[in-house]
Design a protein around this ligand. Structure first.
Ligand code: ADP
Length: 193
């Protein structure tokens, strides 16, 4: 079965971990724009040089760059029958860009799954991750900025998918396996509706 899914949720909600598990279970690639940007920065590519400073402050990379990157990625063979997007779309304009990309191949987003978590839990998780992974955007100030950007620009997209009847919200608190199971159950519900 095809699956064209977007995973929503604030920084620190556990999207990356759950995206990998869900994608595996659905047999589609997990595509994380954050991971793609970090890989480009690490490898010193032209794109990496363009986005390095922006991502370090927690601001969003300009839509033109991000949309083009996603367009290229979705055109690759492994994403033709489905994908799980993590970290994209991240504002209302990106929702429209994604709609247009998919419409060009006669497809559309089938479900938007939002992982919900308490903001204080998110800050604790991200601060802990900073010491483990050493991400440059996991410092206290930048975390706060990423959460503000999320609230202002990304949170509204839940309503957009909600209005289309595609939104499912899942509690991101709890054991990793438990959350994965909740996500799979919720998806089953929305996709068979
Ligand atoms: P987070 O834990 O904040 O969700 P991500 O790994 O998804 O982190 O993203 C890290 C950074 O990469 C973001 O703060 C932003 O600068 C950039 N980024 C990732 N996805 C997008 C996007 N869809 N649009 C613009 N910028 C993005």
């Amino acid at each position: 079965m095809s699956a064209r899914i977007v995973l929503l949720g604030p920084p620190g909600a556990g999207k990356g971990t759950q995206a990998a598990r869900l994608a595996e279970s659905l047999g589609v690639p997990a595509i994380s724009t954050g991971d793609i940007f970090r890989a480009n920065i690490k490898n010193g590519t032209e794109l990496g040089r363009k986005v390095q400073e922006i991502t370090a402050t927690g601001a969003l990379v300009p839509d033109e760059l991000t949309n083009e990157l996603v367009r290229d990625r979705l055109a690759q063979d492994d994403a033709v029958d489905g994908f799980l997007l993590d970290g994209y779309p991240r504002n209302v304009a990106q929702v429209a860009a994604l709609d247009e990309m998919l419409a060009a191949t006669g497809t559309a987003v089938e479900a938007a799954v939002e992982l919900t978590v308490d903001p204080q839990v998110v800050v604790d998780r991200l601060t802990k991750r900073a010491t483990i992974e050493g991400r440059v955007d996991d410092t206290e100030d930048v975390i706060r900025h990423r959460l503000d950007v999320y609230a202002e620009q990304t949170a509204p997209i839940s309503q957009v998918y909600g209005a289309r009847g595609l939104l499912v919200q899942v509690d991101g608190l709890g054991d990793v396996d438990e959350v994965t199971q909740r996500l799979l159950d919720a998806l089953q519900g929305v996709r068979s509706a």
